[in-house]
Ligand binder design. Structure first.
Ligand code: ADP
Length: 194
């Protein structure tokens, strides 16, 4: 099954994606990780994205759609993909639906991790300390911008996926193991559907 983990920055998408990857053999695709790898490698793509990411703005739909289109062609993705941090705009979601349907695939479930913005600021501050500030966009100011971008550009996707009957919300403020258990319950229910 292919699924989308959905939620604002710091909601715990990456943590839950890794748990699902290990537990269910799905492949985690994080556009944030891919873009950071491009920046670290100093590729042309990375150079084009760095300043935008450091500000907490979105890189262009064409760039991220291109990265995902190339990545899902790899054989490991046939096991099922967890999209983490993608799609982030309605055009990205439409492009994803097209890409998947060309392969006869679809999104089985969209799981929203519901969290309070104020909690996120604290979580991201902790992450920034723990990683020694390696992410230039994990400062309080940039996080505020990332949250604003999330509410403006990304939150409308909730309506998009609700309209497709695929949206499931879980409490992202609960302890990690409880969030995983709630996600597992959703996937077992959706996966078992005829
Ligand atoms: P977080 O979820 O913690 O905000 P990510 O690692 O998902 O962070 O993304 C980091 C940055 O990478 C974003 O702020 C944005 O600049 C860029 N980015 C990642 N995914 C996308 C996407 N799907 N569309 C546009 N920009 C993206």
């Amino acid at each position: 099954m292919n699924l989308i983990l959905f939620g604002p920055p710091g909601a715990g998408k990456g943590t839950q994606a890794r748990i699902l990857q290990d537990g269910r053999g799905l492949v985690q695709l994080s556009t944030g990780d891919m873009l950071r790898a491009a920046v670290a490698a100093g590729t042309e793509l990375g150079k084009a994205c760095k300043a935008i990411m450091d500000r907490g703005d979105l890189v262009s739909d064409d760039i991220v759609v291109g990265i995902i289109a190339e990545r899902i062609e790899q054989p490991d993705c046939a096991k099922g993909v967890i999209f983490d941090g993608f799609p982030r705009t309605v055009p990205q979601a439409e492009a994803l639906d097209r890409m998947l349907s060309e392969r006869g695939w679809k999104i089985g479930a969209v799981i929203e991790l519901k969290v309070d913005d104020e909690i996120l600021v604290g979580r991201v501050e902790t992450r920034n300390r723990e990683t020694g500030g390696t992410r230039a966009d994990d400062t309080p100011e940039t996080l505020r911008n990332r949250l604003a971008v999330y509410h403006k550009n990304t939150a409308p996707l909730l309506t998009f996926y609700q309209g497709q009957g695929k949206l499931h919300s879980v409490d992202g403020m609960a302890p990690i193991s409880q969030v995983s258990a709630e996600i597992a319950a959703v996937l077992d229910q959706v996966g078992g559907r005829p």
